[in-house]
Design a protein around this ligand. Sequence first.
Ligand code: AMP
Length: 440
Amino acid sequence: MLGKLFGKKQAATVPAEQVGTSETKPRRRKSHSKESGKAKKEVWTIDQFQVPAVEGKTRFHDLGLDDRLMHGIADLGFEYCSPIQAGVLPQTLQGHDAIGKAQTGTGKTAAFLVTIINDLLNHPVEEERYAGEPRALVIAPTRELVVQIGEDARLLTKHTGLTVATLIGGMDYQKQLNQLKGSLVDIVVASPGRLLDFQSRKDLYLDRIEFLVIDEADRMLDMGFIPQVRRIVRSTPRREDRQTLLFSATFTPEVISLTEQWTYEPFKLEIEPESVATDTVDQKVYIVSTDEKYKLLRNIIKQPEVTSAIVFANRRDQTRKLYERLQKAGIRCGILSGEVPQNKRTSTLKSFKDGRLQVLVATDVAGRGIHVDGISHVVNYTLPEDPEDYVHRIGRTGRAGAKGTSISFACEDDAFLLGPLEELLGAKINCEQPPEELLN
Ligand code: AMP
């Protein structure tokens, strides 16, 4: 540890003010002071982000967050905290460690990012800092997850002057290194293997880490990453001197043992996965031939009770085609899928929330982000291959105690998926012919 520290002082001798050269387009460290956040053209104020108080719901406004962070939250269109955010943020914002039992789709990413960003803004570092010395580290098991967390972190820090670097295996090392060399870095999001590469090449030092987030700890275990994560954790400050947040969808004895070693008097929170039988959703399955599906969808959407609907399809190309056809037919619709850039997805979601779009066509992954109350209908244009996705999909409607309807199309290509679905639901699914008028 001492040797490592010593090595660092030699390797990273670039003080904050001198980071970068004229070749590397120096980006001077931006000051983290309140004044600079309001500098020049920054005219945004919290008045532009009005969210009415609603009993039983927590607004981000209620948490005393820095305005620069609130600006990012407003851009993302988040209004009320998800249950995990409402449960965990009051604790973590006070500096407590936390263990969250939660799956993807619960909003856990924003829960830990908001904690980190708000604290980094509240406590700017006054003394000299070094390149390659982040203040917060998030480790996640897969590339996709690291990229997703990195994107979320960039969006949330957009107006703060804080910087984010993403380190993942299988991609150009040098390019990733440039993120660390060109300017001071505040938040590093990484997969374990690549992070260790950076550490062993003395391009990254973790002894100034104030925040450590371990995401999807159970998957790290499954994927055999724990020895690597152990080494990483050991190179950060003692658990009493850092804030540690650990998330896992399941808590096996092994995961529990890790949480005991890595966290300090943690706050524990469990977010129940969405219940399987959503009793506020009226579930229908229509037997329909492949070539009648589109007509049926059009007619369903035209019904007056379908005020706000999400149409799910399994693949991106299917969502794109559906979206194009519905748009041509004059239906106010938007699309959410992996091929749509994040900022476009955010604005589409906002239009949907605001009621400017009647229909959203989405894939499962993109659809997880939809936390909108008041969706009247979910249509499964194709049945999901994973029955769990069915539960996620229909859970988009019937929220907050309201009634919702889900309509699934089963055609000759995918009716075989109904069996596993019935198994998961523990009930027989009644399939019916769609009413005649919906096929005309
Ligand atoms: P996660 O569980 O972190 O993967 O988040 C799932 C999705 O929920 C992401 O697309 C987030 O952008 C979105 N999200 C997170 N928090 C909120 C919130 N408070 N309101 C609306 N959407 C949210």
